[in-house]
Design a protein around this ligand. Structure first.
Ligand SMILES: CC(C)(COP(=O)(O)OP(=O)(O)OC[C@H]1O[C@@H](n2cnc3c(N)ncnc32)[C@H](O)[C@@H]1OP(=O)(O)O)[C@@H](O)C(=O)NCCC(=O)NCCS
Length: 190
């Protein structure tokens, strides 16, 4: 974890993963931390740093089906690289690591300064449904709160009940009754 990333979440720069406190705890964003998923596999949550680029690129290159969520991830390696460059410039990225490979990634992008950011999340298909997406979403909320953001916003397709379930479970609510295929959700952090 980089010094900057460590400082902003309160962990020492050379911190080793520790067990994640309960998700309800406000102390949770002391990344890196470890947690056991529903299979009993150890998952380490940490802030992204450039040494993780290759595993992250691989996760999206291998992700199937391409374009599953709102046309993402992109279909070709060059498009993945360009898309990732944008996401990683946000400097608010968390990864979930299982056995040295990235099982999941959540990115927050600022929408309005220190007020609202947007969430985007992917869990590698072979690691879906074991609780990782829920933990990453909670981790993203705690990271955003630690950085002073008040709200997280996202768009979700109504044809994605699993994502909606995860978002509602972690406090997101629909902004208004919308008949659209894509709906806005938001969670207040303070
Ligand atoms: C959405 C996503 C991030 C969730 O991550 P995940 O690791 O699979 O999620 P979790 O295992 O933490 O939780 C899944 C929950 O959905 C539930 N679920 C699974 N299928 C469901 C369905 N068809 N309808 C409703 N709930 C469903 C599970 O039971 C579980 O809930 P529980 O823990 O309360 O039992 C992941 O599936 C993913 O990457 N999907 C593709 C990309 C995507 O859709 N991203 C979101 C774009 S808005």
């Amino acid at each position: 974890m980089s010094g900057e990333a460590s400082d902003r979440t309160g962990a020492a720069p050379d911190a080793q993963p520790r067990e994640c406190p309960p998700c309800s705890s406000r102390a949770w964003p002391l990344f890196p931390c470890t947690w056991k998923d529903k299979r009993g596999l150890e998952v380490t949550f940490r802030e992204y740093e450039p040494s993780w680029y290759d595993p992250l690129f691989r996760m999206y290159e291998e992700f199937e089906p391409k374009g599953e969520a709102q046309g993402l991830p992109p279909a070709t390696p060059s498009a993945v690289a360009a898309w990732l460059a944008g996401l990683l410039s946000s400097n608010m990225n968390l990864i979930a690591v299982v056995g040295g490979e990235i099982a999941g990634h959540v990115c927050l992008t600022e929408i309005s300064q220190r007020d609202r950011c947007e969430l985007l999340i992917f869990v590698q298909p072979c690691h879906q449904n074991f609780g990782i997406g829920t933990q990453l979403t909670r981790g993203a909320q705690l990271l955003a709160r630690a950085l002073g953001y008040r709200r997280i916003w996202l768009m979700v397709e109504t044809t994605n009940p699993r994502a909606i379930h995860v978002y509602e479970k972690t406090g997101f609510r629909f902004l208004q009754a919308q008949a659209d295929l894509e709906k806005e959700m938001e969670v207040h952090l303070f």
